[in-house]
Design a protein around this ligand. Structure first.
Ligand code: OAD
Length: 255
């Protein structure tokens, strides 16, 4: 039985009366599914590459085939894993809140698509999605392309190399997604920051924005982060355990 993570009774009460809840997730929420966090050591063949080196426009311009293969490896890894109880708890939280006429927005920095696979519906992807591919010149998503054996495949419309539809270091976040995330943070009664080191901007500014607009900010992380000292509630533990216990404490019938 997982260690008990007591959920403060006043937090339970706040959830039961909440009208607008927003959640920001990071790689830590997928860690219990076996997906390495962005800063974990890469395993196997890719161990010698530094993720911060490969996830950049410069790396893609320098060696498109290497970057394409690295993302193909990560896509294959993600296809092999399943959502964990933390993803499932967030989907249950959304369903319970919607049932009560409240609003719920799940903002994720993760690119693995596991929230959607767990049943979450209102998901705002700040850093894109590794399962999508776009044209590196037109920036338009490409659903399918002729298998020519060439890697990266050429865009079927313009011939430029295709690339993963994810945000690379130094690139701007999708403007519409970030605007949605900011609005959700400003309007939230409760803002949960789960599984993120709360260090990478601009996503890391969202919990602070929520705090500035008098939301109760709940941090879910086994480790301390720069947000921890200011968080209204700190639930120190793995998201797969803590989020499940949070939903169970607030709505026993929903979990
Ligand atoms: P990080 O790898 O920076 O941080 C992962 C966080 O998850 C850490 O604070 C861990 O303590 C925590 N953690 C680990 N296991 C956990 C668990 N079981 N439950 C809850 N928390 C756990 O990942 P992110 O914060 O997501 O950007 O990184 C943010 C962005 O930096 C990423 O989206 C990526 C990276 O550069 C891009 O790819 C553009």
């Amino acid at each position: 039985m997982a260690a008990k993570h007591p959920i403060p009774s006043e937090l339970v009460a706040i959830f039961r009366s909440a009208r607008r809840v927003a959640v920001l997730t990071g790689a830590g929420v997928s860690a219990e599914s076996g997906v390495p966090t962005f800063r974990d050591a890469q395993t196997g063949l890719w161990a010698q590459f530094d993720p911060a080196e490969l996830g950049t426009p410069e790396a893609f311009a320098r060696n498109p085939r290497l970057v394409w293969d690295w993302y193909a490896w990560r896509r294959e890894l993600v296809e092999r894993v399943d959502p964990n109880p933390g993803h499932v708890a967030l989907a249950a939280l959304e369903a319970a809140l919607l049932q009560r006429g409240a609003q719920f927005t799940l903002i994720t920095q993760n690119v693995d698509g596991l929230h959607q696979r767990a049943g979450s519906r209102n998901v705002v992807e700040l850093h894109g999605n590794i399962r999508r591919v776009k044209c590196s010149a037109e920036e338009l998503v490409v659903e399918s392309w002729p298998e020519t054996g060439e890697l990266p495949p050429p865009c079927p419309r313009c011939g430029a190399p295709l690339r993963p539809d994810v945000v690379w270091f130094g690139e701007m976040l999708p403007a519409e997604a970030f605007a949605l995330a900011e609005r959700a943070a400003v309007e939230s009664d409760i803002f949960i920051s789960a599984g993120t080191s709360a260090e990478v901007q601009p996503a890391a500014s969202l919990p602070w924005l929520a705090l500035d607009h008098h939301a109760a900010v709940v941090e879910v992380n086994p480790e301390a982060t720069p947000l921890t000292p200011q968080a209204t509630y700190v639930l120190a533990g793995p998201s797969g355990v803590v989020l499940a216990q949070l939903v169970k404490a607030v709505w026993p019938e929903a979990s």
